[in-house]
Design a protein. Structure first.
Length: 190
């Protein structure tokens, strides 16, 4: 960390704030909360595809993806709370958008829109949350999370937690949603 950067640990746990998350419409839990103590600086662990950890994405066959092209692959997650969750990866092992050529970045913009449209083709989906963290794997992956119409509490930042809180989407519904997205992706290729 550069010398001039603000390190929140300098402030100490007593200065940590507790925003009134329990009053937020999107907060998934009831009851009081208090912030955890910040741990001392610790080594950054290798992510998938770093150091001696093999890259899971590079090792997966196309058969594990619901749609593939020359440069991109789309994988649906197993059924969870939200009706559909997927990740989009380039075939090339790159860590972030910074590592892609301008031509691939232009393709990436088109792909983000194509996948968003495909997920919106599922009945009852109001919005698609598109996220990129890159904390667990060193192979660039974009998250797409389907937020159902009317489920206002699932809007925005806590959607990923709600995905684990909501009852699991029935297998039949989930399979139909995956098929809808795969068909929309195939149709948009032409
Ligand atoms: Zn990789």
């Amino acid at each position: 960390m550069p010398e001039h950067a603000h390190d929140p640990r300098d402030a100490g746990t007593s200065e940590l704030r507790t925003p009134p998350v329990q009053d937020w419409d999107s907060w998934p839990f009831a009851g009081d909360v208090e912030p955890k103590a910040l741990r001392d600086p610790e080594p950054e662990p290798n992510r998938d595809g770093e150091g001696d950890r093999p890259c899971e994405a590079c090792g997966k066959p196309d058969a594990e993806y619901i749609w593939t092209s020359a440069h991109w692959r789309l994988q649906a997650f197993p059924a969870s709370g939200l009706p559909f969750v997927a990740i989009l990866e380039p075939r090339a092992h790159v860590d972030g958008p910074r590592d892609l050529s301008d031509a691939m970045l232009a393709e990436m913009g088109v792909m983000l829109a194509r996948v968003e449209r495909a997920v919106l083709s599922i009945d009852g989906i109001e919005r698609v949350h598109i996220l990129r963290y890159g904390e667990g794997a060193a192979h660039l992956h974009w998250w797409f999370m389907a937020r159902p119409t009317g489920l206002r509490q699932v809007a925005s930042g806590f959607a990923m937690i709600w995905d684990d809180v909501l009852p699991t989407t029935p297998q039949e519904t989930w399979r139909a949603n995956v098929a809808t997205v795969a068909a929309a992706m195939a149709a948009s290729s032409h």
